[in-house]
Write a protein of this length. Structure first.
Length: 481
């Protein structure tokens, strides 16, 4: 088997042409989708990156594997957790290679398990494509799994060229701007927005949302060009007809939707991710499925298509019955979990109803404990229908609690452990650290929300008050109680 897994970070499906976006962000991905299969409703079982990628690599969701935020160490991982790259490399003797800019040894060392070749690059899609192409030219005659990880849509939205930026006019995005009232009503959220946008627009941190969206789309187009270079290399080497190509992302991006920036929630606009699969001769061209699927399904499907036995007991499912037209769906609902900034779960059913359960809103205190939305006509989930459908709410709550109980198998819920131990994580590093120069009202909100009993949060307060000079980066390990 020859397989290329394109990991395209922070990529919203609704910003791709093949998912209906009206602007020219993704001609190469659109062509690939037309030649294979596209899943319209794929979600990440956990968000953002660390959680989503752990589920992808293992086929176990975060409620089972214990990884639901950025604080956690390898100590929470169950000893029987399967890692597909280890199985591929050591049991089935495939050559495995990861091309990535990130240094995972410190933040998530388990990401590196099973990769025979680890190739570190600069921060752009061009450098990732250069190294992936060089690797393919050496190893294309072998059986392999190659993963190019491109980060370009991730903020700051500055990795594209002036030519790419010129293709996307901010004025064209005004109709796509979400309701900003929740952000504007909260001075802390306005401050977070400003600090986030300062990374891309240091001279215009209060930029209009449509400006950020246009630069985001330019970054996608830039990345798409370099995805195309790797696909062209497969053709030039004569292996495109034998190669399984899968495209996925780990999460979407917030542009002040529901008051958020970055990817610190489990709403549909973050949970929804693209999933494209092409395998000539094995997957018909033009397959388009509305089945509910998630990222834990990806590698079981790759193994199945490649003729390799799929490990038992996974959260993920083999999608080949859908790809072959034998079934329309494999599950009735999906669940997405996060403990980054907010601690939240979303149960999404086959009719598009999304039940949101928030057990810790963090700084986003407008987020209610329970919400009910229908993403078919309200994809930004701005209208809470919780009081209009009491029977539906009770049924979905029942399904959610039964699902959680089944996943845990008697273990504590890692989402609630994260709340107890301080679930701000990445949000604290990127935004809350800037509070030393923030207005007093924002500092006060941090003091109200921080978990004072945890060493890291206590260290932040000492730093904010000027009692220590060093910024407290060290994360305490979090284990299962």
């Amino acid at each position: 088997m020859k397989c290329v897994l394109f990991y395209l970070d922070t990529l919203r499906p609704d910003h791709l042409g093949c998912y209906g976006h009206p602007y020219p962000t993704s001609p190469r991905l659109d062509k690939l989708a037309s030649e294979g299969a596209l899943f319209e409703r794929c979600v990440a079982a956990d968000v953002p990156t660390q959680q989503a990628f752990t589920g992808f690599l293992t086929g176990w969701n975060g409620t089972r594997n214990g990884i639901v935020n950025f604080h956690q160490s390898r100590s929470v991982l169950p000893p029987n957790l399967p890692f597909f790259m280890e199985i591929a490399r050591f049991k089935h003797h495939l050559r495995t290679a990861l091309v990535d800019r990130q240094v995972w040894e410190l933040s998530a060392p388990w990401f590196l398990r099973g990769w025979g070749d680890l190739i570190r690059v600069g921060g752009t899609a061009e450098s990732v494509a250069d190294e992936a192409i060089a690797w393919l030219k050496v190893h294309h005659k072998e059986d392999f799994i190659l993963m190019p990880h491109m980060w370009d849509p991730h903020d700051p939205y500055t990795r594209s060229s002036a030519t790419h930026i010129g293709k996307f006019k901010p004025d064209n995005y005004r109709s796509r701007v979400p309701d900003l009232r929740e952000r504007d009503a909260n001075p802390h959220l306005r401050y977070i927005y400003r600090e986030h946008m300062k990374r891309t627009f240091p001279d215009d941190p209060d930029c209009a949302v449509e400006k950020a969206m246009a630069h985001y789309d330019a970054s996608i187009r830039y990345m798409d060009d370099h995805v195309g270079r790797i696909l062209d290399c497969l053709e030039e080497l004569g292996i495109a007809g034998d190669a399984l190509v899968l495209v996925f992302s780990d999460h979407g991006e917030s542009f002040a939707t529901r008051g958020f920036v970055d990817h610190w929630n489990a709403y549909w606009h973050i949970a929804h991710v693209p999933l494209l699969i092409k395998y000539p001769g094995r997957i018909p061209a033009g397959v388009r499925s509305r089945a509910l699927v998630d990222l834990t399904d990806c590698l079981p499907t790759v193994f199945s298509l490649g003729g390799l036995p799929v490990p038992r007991g996974l959260s993920g499912k083999d999608l080949t019955p859908i790809l072959r037209g034998e079934k329309d769906k494999l599950r009735d609902f999906t669940v997405t979990t996060t403990a980054m900034g907010v601690a939240q779960r979303m149960l999404l059913d086959d009719d598009g109803w999304a039940l949101m359960h928030c057990i810790e809103p963090g700084f986003w205190d407008h987020v209610p404990r329970w919400e009910l939305n229908n993403i078919n006509d309200d994809p930004n989930q701005e209208r809470n229908l919780i009081g209009q459908h009491p029977d539906r709410v009770r049924d979905m709550q029942h399904r959610l609690f039964l699902w959680i109980d089944k996943q845990l198998g008697g273990e504590p819920d890692p989402l609630r452990l994260a709340v107890r131990q301080g679930c701000f994580g990445y949000a604290t590093d990127k935004v809350i650290g800037a509070l030393r120069d923030a207005p007093e009202i924002c500092k006060g909100r941090f003091f109200d929300k921080a978990r004072f009993g945890q060493p890291r949060e206590r260290a932040f307060i000492r730093w904010l008050m000027g009692e220590r000079d060093d910024f407290p980066h060290t994360r305490p390990p979090v284990g299962r109680a």
